[in-house]
Design a protein. Structure first.
Length: 294
């Protein structure tokens, strides 16, 4: 099948954003920033066909897979187009991480949709993350209050003058976590640096916490759709108690107070990450699925 797939480059942003405006995404994967920053690990490529944006991920060490088609064209036809293309690339052609809203409209007589819990997104009420009110957030509120009481801190929003400080903080965090010994953390380090060095061209926002004049935590996120923000990256000095709680709360409060929900992405099946995400009591999950031919 003749499809002109090409790598995601910064000059493609307007095309992607047009499709995302026409067909607002619900899953965390479908933002231009996310696709662009993770190019070093997933090597996404894209093509247009009949008013549909087709995206294929080529993760290091794993077979390629498609993402759900985006746009106003015929999505059932687009699913078939993607799977047919992938049949020439892998023994297991599939569309992965497809959102529940998309899957509800898939023709189940032609395609099989299998749940993918590890990649399902956690979605929280923004007001819950900001206010931390009620008994269920009592411990989080205590952590936040103890941090504010114990440290002289300042919240700063990412701008061009602070980019270098964010990069330096990422470098220090990587040294603490020995990123060079962990392929996953090394890939994430590349993604964070790629996002930061292209800050002026991308649409995300960042927030940081300065402790005694030094940056000790930061977070990066962007609008996913009209009422939801998505948080891509969150880093904090693990030696400062309550700092992760603080950057979570302050970034939500300062960057996203006008949103209804905040999507904090998936847990990838990692037990500690799942426990941490569940501890904030998600309002709902964006369940995801793998689509194959029936």
């Amino acid at each position: 099948m003749s499809l002109d797939f090409k790598p995601v480059e910064i000059g493609d942003k307007a095309i992607f954003n047009r499709y995302f405006r026409e067909d607002p995404p619900e899953i965390s994967e479908l933002t231009f920033t996310n696709l662009f920053m993770w190019q070093g690990l997933y090597h996404p490529v894209w093509a247009e066909k009949e008013n549909i944006l087709l995206i294929i991920m080529n993760p290091d060490g794993y077979p390629p897979y498609g993402l759900q088609p985006v746009g106003k064209g015929d999505k059932q036809k687009a699913i078939g187009t993607l799977l047919t293309y992938l049949e020439g690339k892998t023994d297991n052609p599939k569309i992965s991480r497809a959102g529940e809203g998309f899957v509800n409209n898939v023709d189940k007589t032609r395609f099989t949709c299998t749940p993918d819990r590890n990649n399902s997104d956690y979605v929280y009420k923004t007001s819950d993350l900001i206010d931390l009110s009620g008994r269920k957030y009592h411990r989080k509120k205590n952590h936040l209050n103890q941090f504010i009481k114990s440290y002289q801190c300042e919240y700063r929003e990412l701008d061009t003058d602070l980019v270098e400080c964010f990069i330096n903080m990422q470098e220090k965090w990587c040294m603490m976590r020995e990123c060079m010994e962990n392929p996953n953390l090394l890939s994430e380090d590349y993604a964070v640096r790629r996002a930061l060095t292209n800050f002026k061209e991308l649409d995300y926002r960042g927030g940081a916490i300065m402790v005694n004049g030094r940056m000790e935590a930061f977070s990066l996120g962007e609008l996913l759709n009209s009422n939801t923000a998505v948080i891509h990256i969150e880093k904090a000095n693990p030696d400062i108690p309550g700092l992760y709680t603080a950057i979570n709360q302050m970034f939500a409060s300062n960057a996203w107070p006008e949103t209804t929900f905040i999507n904090r992405e998936q847990d990838l099946g990692i037990e500690g990450l799942r426990k941490a995400k569940e501890s904030y009591y998600p309002h709902h999950m964006i369940n995801k699925y793998t689509i194959t031919r029936t």
